[in-house]
Write a protein that binds this ligand. Structure first.
Ligand code: NAP
Length: 489
């Protein structure tokens, strides 16, 4: 395996093994081969990571923000210098095409580090005049030790989206990657150390939900930030509630992409492809419910089929020409194939795809065909449940009022998209959509400057943008008396 980290955990600036921890493996989803053998962190190693982080955090918070910025910017440079090596590792761990990881994973992590580095020194409080020479001021202070818990679809990006604002604000972090994709967070920890981050400020421990739960409820945890499913979000929120931890939850979705008759069909088709097949459909904000106004439905389906069939190249994700890789794991493969079968049973019209894909040279790979179902009804499970694979559901609609009501009729509220040339209508529709991120005439672009997060069951809080800095810091108010103190007697 390329660029294999030397041990399972990274605590207090050094790689650590945990011989008494349960063993697990990371596999290359294109072949099913083991690429790394690791161990879960024991409860005592988790305690050590938290204690080490708590100690290191005090000095890190006292470091001048300009110096914190410099270290984060240096880490961003190192991520860029090692982009190819990190991208290959991410491709091996996730199965995502190298064509994607080269531009979307470590690269977006570097952008996040640069962005929050530039904001670190801008965190200021307020001066509040109280009259008579008396005043108050506010300080924006770090929270302490923040726990990050990641999903498997964007491992290094998720680690950076959490670490960058947390560290910029003067917090320390203990990060637990998904056990499915444990490797790149360790490389990030190495890079932080090389960039000059003091030992103990960023730590990585491996484990499953038990380790996640220990971290979320640990006495030294000030905040927990989870990226994962709604089911896990509820568990973490319950733990955070019980132990009164601050919490950010970035959860799942079943987002609508609404295409009106007057839309530019080529752009809408391109967006629907990106919103369902990029990363083999394993993106939380995907527009998996594609509502198409009846006037352009058949034309749109025809172009969708032509462009997908002409453009898709399934194969070894390490081959840079390949643009659709396998799903991340055997479990995900079974789950997505199950939904493809369910779509047929529920009576949706299969336009193309619908099953396992075979790549002759990779018979053990977890490949599936990019799939489109048309004539999907709102009550079908394929239209209600998050599939997290390349399965697009196309639903017909007639009126604006109807489509907004149907788009909102879900427990989720992560994202939404609108395609129309009528910009007044676009803004009106977006205003009524119950979603944390909306796109007009594009889909799934998430620049670091733009807050990202969910409405309703899709989450609590925001990552990216100024909003993230606020969620990794707290306000202290200081009242300064310049007069005498009056007592009642
Ligand atoms: P998941 O099963 O919910 O797991 C997410 C993380 O939580 C993993 O690290 C997991 O550990 C950990 N975990 C599991 N049980 C836990 C518990 N009781 N306490 C604390 N941590 C626990 O999600 P996934 O399958 O990895 O990722 C796919 C999901 O993530 C989808 O629903 C997707 O929509 C969502 N997602 C959301 C965003 C967003 O920004 N909104 C971005 C990406 C993905 P192990 O896996 O190691 O056991």
């Amino acid at each position: 395996m390329r660029a294999q980290p030397t041990a399972s955990h990274f605590v207090n600036g050094t790689y650590r093994n945990c011989p008494d921890g349960d063993r697990f493996t990371s596999i290359y989803p294109a072949t099913g081969e083991t690429i790394a053998e690791l161990t879960f962190a024991s409860a005592s190693l988790v305690d050590e990571a938290m204690e080490t982080a708590a100690k290191a955090q005090k000095a890190w918070a006292a470091t001048a923000p300009a110096e914190r910025s410099r270290i984060l910017r240096r880490a961003a440079e190192l991520l860029r210098e090692r982009n190819r090596e990190l991208s290959e590792l991410e491709t091996l761990d996730t199965g995502k095409p190298l064509q994607e990881t080269l531009i979307a994973d470590a690269a977006s992590g570097a952008e996040s580090l640069d962005y929050f580095a530039s904001l670190a020194a801008t965190m200021t409080g307020q001066h509040i005049d109280l009259g008579g020479g008396t005043f108050a001021y506010t300080r924006r202070e770090a929270l302490g030790v923040c726990v990050g818990i990641g999903a498997w679809n964007y491992p290094i990006q998720i680690a950076c989206w959490k670490a960058a604002p947390a560290l910029a604000c003067g917090n320390a972090m203990v990060f637990k990657p998904s056990e499915v994709t444990p490797l790149s967070a360790l490389k990030l920890a190495e890079i932080f150390k090389e960039a000059g981050l003091p030992d103990g400020v960023f730590n990585v421990v491996q484990g499953d939900g038990r380790v996640g739960a220990q971290l979320a409820s640990h006495p030294l945890t000030a905040k927990v930030s989870l990226t994962g499913s709604v089911a896990t979000g509820k568990r973490v929120a319950a733990l955070a509630g019980e132990h009164l931890k601050k919490v950010t939850l970035e959860l799942g979705g079943k987002s609508p992409l609404i295409i009106f008759d007057d839309a530019n069909v080529e752009n809408a088709v391109a967006a629907a492809i990106n919103a369902n097949f990029y990363s083999t459909g394993q993106i939380c904000s995907n527009g998996t419910r594609v509502f198409v106004q009846t006037g352009i439905k058949e034309a749109l389906l025809r172009r969708l089929q032509e462009r997908t069939q002409a453009g898709v190249l399934l194969g070894d994700p390490l081959d840079e020409r390949v643009n659709v890789g396998p799903l991340v794991s055997s479990a995900q493969h079974e789950k997505v194939l199950g939904y493809m079968a369910l779509g047929r049973e529920e009576g949706a019209r299969l336009v193309f795809g619908g099953g396992k894909a075979t790549v002759a040279s990779l018979p053990e790979g977890y490949f599936v065909e990019p799939t489109v179902f048309a004539d999907v009804r709102d009550d079908m499970r394929i239209a209600r449940e998050e599939i997290f694979g390349p399965v697009m559901c196309v639903l017909d609609f007639e009126t604006e009022e109807e489509v907004v009501a149907r788009a909102n009729a879900t427990e989720y509220g992560l994202a939404a998209g609108v395609f129309t040339r009528d910009l007044t209508r676009a803004h009106r529709v977006v205003q009524d959509l119950e979603a944390g991120t909306c796109w007009i005439n594009t889909y799934n672009l998430t620049p670091v400057e733009m807050p990202f997060g969910g409405h309703k069951a899709s989450g609590i809080g925001r990552e990216n943008g100024h909003a993230a800095l606020e969620s990794y810091s707290q306000v202290k108010s200081v009242y300064v008396e310049n007069g005498d103190v009056e007592a009642a007697y």
